[in-house]
Write a protein that binds this ligand. Structure first.
Ligand code: UDP
Length: 162
């Protein structure tokens, strides 16, 4: 039988989260990191960079037929973006809950977009929308050696341990 720690290791997943240029310029980096961190998710990759327009187009390739695609890519490449990988049980789906609906007008209070943003074109944060997207986005933004694997001392308090 698997020990608890092994069970949790098997259930761990990773998601890609980015603080867009508006979130960086508005001084919301620490606020956003805090919300993921205090939930109990673990930061395993972090960098700040200005993506090129081509890189932004790759990141948002799934939206290339949408009318806002060009403006969105111009915006993402207009300034520094904080790129992160967060790890934890259910982090892909729950990360999206922490972020809130795409349109901040429809995001619940208590979510990042609900509390901190007003319009869809400046919704401050990106989060992968599924397991496949998470895998693709993590490998687009990070080299494998830029990600760390470690056991946090808090894990036994977050996940329990017999
Ligand atoms: N977006 C926009 N106008 C729209 C819909 C989306 O500018 O009408 C932008 C917005 O910044 C959003 C991004 O395009 O975060 C990607 O859209 P998607 O539907 O994938 O939403 P998300 O996954 O970011 O919630």
């Amino acid at each position: 039988m698997l020990q608890d720690q092994e069970v949790h290791a098997a259930e761990m997943e990773r998601t890609f989260i980015a603080i867009k240029p508006d979130g960086v310029q508005r001084g919301l980096i620490s606020e956003i990191i805090t919300r993921f961190e205090r939930k109990g998710f673990k930061l395993v990759g972090l960098k700040i960079m200005v993506p090129s327009k081509g890189f932004a187009q790759q990141h948002y390739h799934g939206a290339k037929e949408r009318p806002f695609f060009n403006g969105l890519c111009n915006f993402l490449s207009s300034g520094p973006v904080v790129a992160m990988v967060w790890e934890g049980e259910g982090v892909i789906r729950y990360g999206r809950k922490l972020i809130g609906a795409t349109d901040p007008q429809k995001s619940e209070p208590g979510t990042i977009r609900g509390d901190l943003a007003v319009v869809v074109g400046r919704n401050i944060i990106h989060g992968s929308d599924g397991a496949e997207t998470a895998k693709d986005e993590i490998s687009l933004w990070f080299k494998p050696e830029e990600l760390v694997s470690y056991t946090s001392n808090a894990e036994k308090w977050i996940y329990g341990q017999n």
